[in-house]
Design a protein around this ligand. Structure first.
Ligand code: FAD
Ligand code: NAD
Length: 516
């Protein structure tokens, strides 16, 4: 994120888009854009970008882009879909940029490169002797398969070998069985929603998504049960029939049904969750408790976030938040991670924040859309560590909550867990009391608070993230112990922190930075 000029917030952008001003320069006309035409609009003062086949004039949006003009210019005059998906595929650009729509990309004539490659190869073969031809032919076939079909081949093989579904029924139940052959299948990899007769079951493994999505033939009751046979990778989704009649079919397949694709190519799915409580954590931060619908099965993995979606003055706004626990458990007798029904979010309300101000206005009983989880943190990164060091700035503490609990409750090889928590003032420290209690209770855990704007009577450490502070607090418990350092906070905090850690000799594999 870059600092935006005054008058260039998202709210200001929404106002401009509603002002009736001609933002495309085409007076509301939609045109068909060729690649040559698109390429001509590649300057800051005249910048068009194509996303998923639609072309937008983003010139008026430049100063409003939270990532800065330079980021936007990377896609100037080109197809920016991949770049967009890498950075923030969760942003609803259709809604944000609807007044900037220039038109569609014109359809390209179908290219014939494969034919010419084939012809080229045939000509090559004709110029060789018979023996050479056989040899070349074999090499060619192998290379062709490897180069052209490698991805598709492995991909389809994975899918056909491992992923399929079936269903059966009793008088009162419908059971959909998904076979994945995934050995470490677990509840976090399965997301199920059933609403208005539409069943959606998604399995997410290693960056890929398998989807079963059907409009059911008959009505089912609100509850859904999910059984997982972890070792064989079998997932059962059990629905209760509303009427005890015999179903002739499961239902009509919907978009994406029975497909196995890259997770990032699957649109984010949202369900409406009810706000059940809102409690104060500090002067500006609240703990929101959201209740999932009865027919939803969703577990947010440690270190992953969800997106919340709200319509704010007619425009869809989306922001990421990292679920926490309702409190920091002090003893680890039972897994306290999830009751399967509630999602807890610790959210700082910014006085001029567009999204958080709207969130703060939500009343108990109101609904808000919550997406499927995203994130690239893997628990296995902690499972082999002996020292875990957590660097958090402000609400960058949120991913550390579940991580801390997981580490202390489930990772037996960990010798030390240290949280170095950077805040502006004492009043900003989240769950200070709970953290201090935990440090007293568990000798593996230590917490250090560092303030950047302390009051005069603060006797603890002060300052912002720096090489000297890190060299003082980030240490291995033994000379060669395996360490994992996780960092999360404002972007400059995270970026500087990672650099200092590298300067101090920690490797990329020993550092995990939480980002969007
Ligand atoms: P905006 O309208 O975007 O900004 C208004 C003003 O608020 C700004 O001028 C600035 O002064 C201040 N502000 C806004 N955003 C930031 C920021 N990111 N850093 C510093 N100041 C800012 N926030 C939480 O409170 N809890 C979470 O669990 C959480 N998880 C996140 C997970 C991820 C992966 C990411 C990327 C961010 C997370 N955030 C979290 C931040 C959150 O997504 C929003 O950026 C934040 O709530 C501000 O939104 P807003 O629309 O209210 O503010
Ligand atoms: P804040 O402004 O209160 O700052 C907290 C501390 O961070 C400060 O005391 C200071 O030590 C440090 N800091 C702040 N700005 C800095 C800078 N420019 N350079 C170096 N250090 C700096 O923090 P906040 O308002 O609570 O914001 C928390 C941030 O964490 C947000 O930007 C949010 O987006 C981010 N966050 C990210 C994730 C994630 O990526 N997974 C999760 C939660 C929060």
């Amino acid at each position: 994120q870059v600092p935006l000029k005054p008058g260039r917030s998202l709210m200001d952008w929404i106002r401009l888009t509603k002002s009736g001003k001609d933002l495309t320069g085409l007076k509301g006309r939609l045109i068909e854009v060729t690649e040559d035409e698109l390429a001509k609009h590649n300057k800051k003062e005249d910048c068009w970008i194509c996303i998923r086949g639609f072309v937008y004039n983003v010139t008026p949006y430049m100063e409003y882009h939270p990532g800065g003009e330079d980021e936007l210019m990377k896609a100037a005059g080109t197809d920016g879909t991949d770049l967009f998906d890498q950075v923030h595929r969760w942003v609803n650009y259709e809604s944000m940029l609807k007044e900037c729509l220039v038109g569609r990309m014109s359809v390209k004539p179908i290219a014939a490169p494969k034919v010419s490659l084939f012809l080229h190869t045939l000509i090559f073969f004709q110029q060789t002797t018979e023996d050479e031809t056989v040899l070349c032919m074999n090499t060619f076939i192998i290379k062709y398969v490897l180069i052209c079909l490698k991805k598709v081949f492995i991909f389809s093989l994975l899918y056909f070998l491992f992923y399929s579904y079936d269903w059966f029924q009793t008088d009162s139940l419908i059971t959909i069985v998904i076979y994945t052959k995934q050995k470490d299948m677990n509840a976090e990899l399965v997301i199920v929603d059933c609403e208005d007769k539409r069943l959606r079951g998604e399995i997410i493994v290693d960056g890929y998504s398998y989807l079963v999505q059907v409009d059911l033939d008959h009505a089912v009751s609100e509850e859904v049960a999910v059984n997982i046979a972890e070792k064989v990778g079998k997932v059962e989704i059990i629905l209760k029939k509303k009427d005890n009649i015999h179903w002739k079919m499961l239902g009509q397949p919907c978009e994406g049904h029975n497909t196995f694709i890259k997770r990032t190519d699957r649109g984010l799915f949202y369900r409406k969750c009810k706000l059940v409580s809102k409690t104060e954590v500090t002067h500006d931060t609240k703990l929101f408790c959201l209740m999932l619908p009865k027919a939803t099965h969703l577990r947010v993995p440690t270190g992953h976030h969800v997106y919340l979606k709200q319509i704010i003055t007619g425009t869809e706004a989306v922001k990421p938040y990292t679920p926490v626990l309702p409190f920091l458990p002090l003893d680890f007798q039972e897994p306290s991670d999830h009751d399967g029904v509630h999602i807890y979010l610790m959210i700082k309300i910014y006085s001029c924040g567009l999204f958080t101000q709207a969130l703060d206005c939500l009343q108990i009983g109101d609904y808000i859309s919550v997406s499927n989880p995203e994130g690239n943190f893997k628990k296995s990164q902690v499972q082999t560590s002996e020292d875990l060091i957590l660097l958090a700035g402000g609400t960058g503490f949120t991913p550390m909550v579940k991580l801390l609990n997981f580490a202390l409750a489930e990772v037996s090889c960990l010798r030390t867990v240290k949280l170095i928590f950077f805040n502006k003032t004492e009043d900003d420290i989240l769950w200070r009391n709970q953290l201090e209690q935990l440090a007293l209770k568990d000798e593996r855990f230590e917490v250090q608070f560092i303030l950047s704007q302390p009051a005069k009577d603060w006797v603890g450490k002060q300052g912002k993230i720096s090489s000297s502070l890190l060299s003082e607090f980030v240490k291995r418990s033994r000379k060669d112990s395996k360490v994992l350092i996780c960092i999360c906070g404002p972007t400059p905090f995270t970026e500087q922190g990672v650099q200092y850690l590298k300067d101090l000799g920690y490797s990329q594999e020993e550092i995990h930075a939480f980002t969007a």
